[in-house]
Design a protein around this ligand. Sequence first.
Ligand code: AMP
Length: 192
Amino acid sequence: MTRMLIIGPPGSGKGTQAERISGRLGVVAISTGDIFRANVKGETPLGIEARKYMDNGDFVPDSVTNKMVRDRLSEADVENGFLLDGYPRTTAQVDYLDEILAKGDEKLDVVLQLTADDEELVHRLLGRAKETGRSDDNEAIIRHRLDLYHEQTEAVVAKYAERAILTQVDGIGLIDEVTDRVMQVLKAAQTA
Ligand code: AMP
C-alpha cells in the first residue's frame, strides 16, 4: 500500500516519472493536469472553466481543483494506493488533502520532489512546446508557471519536509537515470 505524491516544477518530467513509478509499484497515477486537459478537450463545464486559467499558466482555483481531486480519490481503484501528480500545489490544497485522508483514516507515506534548475526547465519546455503544441508552453507563460511554483508550491514542499516524509531526487539527466534514482530513494524510504 503506497500513498504518495510527486511534486516538481513544470518541465521536471514528473508526469513521465509518475507513469513509470505507477507501473512499478502497481498504484494508480492521478495527474490533475491530465484530468484538466481531458476536460478541456471534451469541452465539459469543468474544462471550459479550467481553460481560462490554464492557458495563462495560472492555477485553477482551489474550489474547483479540490472538488475534482476529492471525487477522483473516492473511486474504487485508489483503494490500493495512489500516486498524485500535480496536487497539492498550494498550502490550502495540502490542508484539503489532509482532510480527505483523515476522513478515511489514511495518511501519505512519501512525497517525492523532482528538482531542476529554472533555465534548464525553460529550455526543455520550449522544446516540448515545439513538439506538442501545448497552449501553455510559450516563454512568458513558462516563466509565470515557474514563478508560481517558487511562490506557492515550495511552501507545500516545506510542509512535507517538516513532517519528514519528503524525499528529493535530481530530475536532470536521462529519463531512465532519473527513474533509477527515484526507485532507489523509494526503496530506501520504504525500508527506513
Ligand atoms: P501540469 O500538467 O501538472 O503542469 O498542469 C497543467 C495546468 O493544470 C497547470 O498549469 C494549472 O493550470 C492546472 N493545474 C494542475 N494541477 C493543479 C492544481 N493542483 N491546482 C491548480 N491548478 C492545477
